[in-house]
Write a protein that binds this ligand. Structure first.
Ligand code: BES
Ligand code: MN
Ligand code: MN
Length: 455
């Protein structure tokens, strides 16, 4: 390991430069005008992996954007680790809020700034460089390793299930590691043991065929904007509880031990609140903030539009209104079931005189790791070695659809070893990656491969 660690130290600056080159490719999966960039992005990664002498490097096309796969299987008798990440990034608007342009990565304050630096290109690159460090020093990896990097995570991994079914044999592994989460705080190595799932839908309320003069028609037909606002407002009670019948039926209640573990973390709620800029915390009664965002389900209106919102006044009855609604799910809620419950309830809530259409957009399943599995102790040890601090178990409120899919498919635990920071501005302007985390991340991955190789 000494050679490997020394190599990581010696090449620190070069690694950062190589990551920056990849970040320059604007791999925005949601924007059709970037389709060619998605291919270029995949090719850039596969070229880097090819140089590392992988036994196999392939670009796997899908009905959407391509995934990259590579494997090194020259450690007979040793376990196989599957590493997952995603190479697509979020859109960059509002562009004017970026201090430096999103696809011209800049280094300031020990951080790299740019779209995708931490979510998730930097975290994928951590593994690429850990692999390089073994191959360029020891000449081989301490275990068998497979890498899958998908191109549609930020748009709901729609073609991933089909790809994973087709490639089930290629993806077979003893352990799975995903680096696409954040650490609890600076310098605190954190294994994420739970993710929320997602159910995202659009609800549209139609009334008249066209906007009507509100003087001539107002009071005589249902106003779709009024109707939708009323429907949305009836989805929660005043204490933040979701009023959709059946919504909580399958929710796994937190155990005393889980609540104690969460409460034991050094969470600074004031600081957390300050980072949001909101004037006060608010959420479901009876739960702490961390419990609310990690282990309780939500229902949120992400956007609502309809009617006239331009300058000045326009006297109309709008012809339609629509809203995007998302639910973060916790074990054992399933997106299909929640979609039905929420959709049925929205239709029930509709006042007379409108037509309601509910369209499911995408979803992902929640994940809870079997933390009593011995591999978690191994991962804790590897992580702590790199950071020189004990590892904590955390959960995250975000979603990574792959995680549950692979855990179900393989029956193997998934290690969520993330290197972000809670205030990293993922999905927002000025996304950044802590370069110390990036560096120690490469060492953590190296230690993890080494420790798992001994099992
Ligand atoms: N890396 C995130 C997941 C994440 C978010 C981890 C917050 C830890 C904290 C991932 O890239 C992401 O943004 N996922 C989407 C998934 C969705 C599009 C299915 C999410 O959570 O909104
Ligand atoms: Mn991500
Ligand atoms: Mn993301």
């Amino acid at each position: 390991m000494d050679n490997v660690l020394a190599y990581i130290d010696k090449n620190r600056e070069r690694f950062v430069g190589e990551l920056a080159e990849w970040v320059k490719i604007p791999a925005i999966s949601s924007d059709p005008t970037h389709k060619a960039d998605m291919q270029k992005n995949a090719e850039h990664l596969s070229a880097e992996l090819g140089k590392l002498g992988a036994d196999r490097v392939e670009i796997w096309p899908t009905a959407g954007h391509p995934a990259v796969f590579a494997e090194w299987l020259k450690a007979p008798g040793r376990p196989t680790l599957l590493v997952y990440g995603h190479h697509d990034v979020q859109p960059v608007d509002p562009l004017e809020k970026w201090v430096s342009p999103p696809f011209e990565p800049a280094i300031r304050d020990g951080r790299m700034w740019g779209r995708g630096v931490v979510d998730d290109k930097g975290q994928v690159h951590i593994h690429v460089k850990a692999i390089e460090a073994f191959l360029k020093t020891v000449g081989k990896l301490p275990l068998n390793l497979k890498l899958i990097v998908e191109g549609e995570e930020e748009i709901g991994s729609e073609n991933l299930d089909a790809l994973m079914r087709d490639k089930a044999k290629d993806l077979a592994a003893d352990f799975v590691c995903v680096s696409d989460t954040a650490m609890f705080g600076r310098g605190i190595p954190s294994l994420c043991v739970g993710l929320r799932g997602l159910m995202y839908l659009e609800v549209r309320v139609d009334g008249p065929n066209t906007d009507l003069h509100s003087g001539s028609f107002g009071g005589g037909v249902t106003n779709p904007v009024n109707a939708l606002a009323r429907m949305i407002s009836r989805l929660h009670d005043d204490d933040g509880k979701i009023l959709v019948p059946g919504f909580y039926d399958k929710v796994l209640t937190l155990t005393k031990a889980e609540r104690d573990e969460i409460a034991s973390l050094p969470f600074d709620e004031k600081e957390w609140l300050a980072s949001t800029g909101a004037p006060a915390v608010f959420g479901e009664k009876g739960y702490s903030t961390l419990e609310r965002v990690w282990a309780r389900p939500t229902l949120d209106c992400c956007g609502i539009h309809g009617g006239f919102a331009g300058e000045g006044a326009k006297t109309i009855i709008p012809s339609f209104a629509s809203a995007k609604v998302s639910c973060r799910l916790v074990p054992n809620q399933e997106p299909e079931e929640i979609e039905k419950l929420v959709g049925d309830h929205l239709r029930r809530l509709a006042p007379p005189g409108v037509r309601v259409t509910v369209t499911y957009l995408h979803g992902g399943r929640p994940y809870l790791a079997p933390t009593d599995h011995p591999v978690f102790e191994v991962a804790k040890r590897a992580f702590a070695k790199a950071f020189g601090r004990p590892t904590v178990f955390i959960r995250e409120g975000g979603s990574i659809p792959f995680v549950r899919t692979i855990a179900d498919a393989t029956g193997k635990p998934c290690l969520l070893m993330g290197f972000g920071q809670p205030d990293e501005n993922a999905h927002a302007p000025n996304e950044w990656l802590d370069l110390e985390n990036y560096h120690l991340g490469i060492k953590s991955a190296a230690y993890l491969y080494d420790e798992l190789g001994k099992l």
